[in-house]
Design a protein around this ligand. Structure first.
Ligand code: FAD
Length: 472
């Protein structure tokens, strides 16, 4: 269908102000935070801004009938081109549909629409002493709909897990416009094993199976106390050993972060006043809970860490905690500035490896960087093996871009070889599906079957998650 006709038809379904088609508007939907989007523009034919299930359903029925691709979009903070119309068609922007419909304090749950921004949800829940624990670094911009679609999490996944642990049910508009409720149409139950777990099928499916239009989340009581411990190492090997020592002692910190020597150097160059100790690695433990248990656990972790670290500091004083955490909080920005003419490549940035392979993965990434002559800054969530790598190149130099692509490919393959995964948080989108067969084997064929059953015309976010050649 020609773009002009598409826009005319969409304006019959939605009010005209909910259909965008001007060049400049479309251009602002042509990128996300990925490296691939930096060098490629994916401009949709039209953008729609529905704010009701009925509107989403009508758009889907129309798109299904005419076989027009539809790409759901939250805040566009994804790192994988997930929310980009790589096959053209319609982008469905759900960010403006941001109603928190009900906080059910007696049942410790909340019902909301997909565009609610993560940080705003937790700000709202604070008055009830409740919170939604997953904590992506993009909290101030990403939507809960995007988090469900990507099964997002953050540094506190060590203790609190990922989004999937909190989703009790969803309303989903299927590619043909049909509306379903998962988790039970009347249910407010927290435990529920009735029927096939369709909720989990949609979580992490990256908008390829339907549009999430309502979300029911389980909430947790907000911890009343917090403490930070920093441990400094002159031998990288000792950092993961400490992590294991702490787990063996029966303590589960809410977060355990690592900065290796490359990240320490980057932070000190970016903000010399932070003055991190010159070392092979720094670990940061976050402990939370009630004040007495946090105090006891912090002292215990400090005692354990002293066995292997050259320096340990523990604090529950808010000012000192902020200072101890400062290095970690600027790492991503510092990584992007290690070269005056450089820019961080957001690709291969998110591998996940078994706990006992973290050190090996960090060493191997360093070697791969040397092989291609590209500086790589390493940091990440060591508590669950999620390693963040930040190659820094001049993105205007095509030779460097080509080398970076090779480097990133080797990083992904290293993760699989070490028994891990190509992505622990950011997902597959249009940038990692080439590893799907290697990662999933015959299970990939089952994914194709599910995709075909729910989206027989292949209109729902095509070109994502599944390798394209095999998709149809
Ligand atoms: C600085 C920065 C830090 C980040 N830190 C983290 C982190 O710590 N942990 C982490 O997990 N991620 C992180 N991310 C990645 C990203 O923010 C998350 O994946 C986030 O959940 C995406 O939400 P979004 O609203 O921006 O979704 P978008 O980027 O708009 O979309 C992401 C995917 O979800 C689909 N989608 C969106 N809404 C819906 C819906 N309602 N129904 C169906 N499909 C939908 C899209 O089609 C797309 O495939 C970070 C990104 C940045 C830029």
């Amino acid at each position: 269908m020609q773009s002009e006709q598409l826009v005319r038809e969409l304006k019959k379904i939605l009010s005209p102000d909910k259909v965008l088609y001007e060049k400049l508007d479309l251009l602002s939907y042509s990128y996300d935070s990925s490296f691939k989007a930096r060098n490629n523009r994916y401009i949709p034919d039209a953008v729609v801004l529905p704010t009701s299930t009925q509107e989403v359903s009508e758009v889907m029925k129309f798109a299904y009938k005419h076989e027009i691709p539809v790409t759901p979009r939250g805040a566009g903070s994804g790192e994988t081109c997930g929310a980009l119309a790589v096959k053209g068609g319609i982008v469905m922007d759900l960010a403006a549909w941001d109603t928190i419909e009900e906080v059910d304090t007696e049942n410790m749950q909340v019902q909301l629409r997909p565009g609610v921004v993560h940080a705003k949800l937790n700000e709202h829940l604070a008055q009830y002493g409740l919170f939604f624990p997953p904590d992506p670094g993009s909290s101030k911009m990403c939507t809960v709909g995007g988090m469900v679609a990507n099964n997002s999490s953050g540094l506190r996944a060590v203790k609190y897990g990922t989004t999937e642990q909190y989703v009790l049910g969803l309303e989903v508009v299927l590619p043909d416009g049909k509306v379903i409720t998962t988790g039970g149409v009347k249910s407010r139950a927290i435990k529920n094993v009735s029927g096939m777990n369709l909720t989990k099928l949609f979580i992490g499916s990256e908008g390829t199976l339907g549009v999430v239009t309502k979300i029911r989340l389980r909430l947790w009581p907000k911890p009343k106390a917090r403490g930070i411990l920093m441990a400094v190492y002159d031998d990288l090997e000792n950092a993961p050993k400490t992590v294991l020592d702490v787990y063996k002692s029966g303590i589960l910190p809410s977060g355990i972060e690592i900065l290796d020597s490359s990240a320490i150097k980057a932070v000190n160059e970016y903000k010399p006043e932070i003055n991190l100790p010159d070392a092979e690695a720094i670990l940061l433990f976050e402990l939370d809970g009630n004040p007495a248990s946090v105090e006891w656990e912090g002292n215990e972790v400090a005692r354990i860490a002293k066995n292997r670290a050259i320096k340990v500091e523990w604090s529950t004083d808010p000012k000192r905690m902020a200072e101890l955490w400062q290095g970690r909080s600027v790492t991503a920005t510092a990584a992007a500035r290690v070269r005056p003419d450089g820019s961080r490549v957001f690709a291969g940035e998110d591998i996940s490896v078994p706990l006992n392979k973290v050190t090996e993965s960090l060493r191997r990434i360093k070697e791969i960087g040397k092989k291609y002559g590209i500086g790589v800054v390493n940091y990440g969530h060591i508590g669950d093996g999620n390693v963040h790598t930040a190659p820094v190149i001049n993105p205007e130099d095509s030779a460097e871009v080509e080398l970076a692509n090779k480097l990133v490919d080797e990083i992904h393959r290293t993760a699989i070889e070490l028994g891990g995964s190509t992505t622990g948080e950011h997902g597959i989108g249009a940038v990692r599906s080439q590893y799907a067969r290697e990662e999933h084997g015959e299970a990939l064929d089952v994914m194709y079957i599910i995709k075909k059953a729910l989206d027989p015309k292949g209109i729902m976010n095509p070109g994502k998650l599944l390798p394209e050649r095999e998709e149809q």
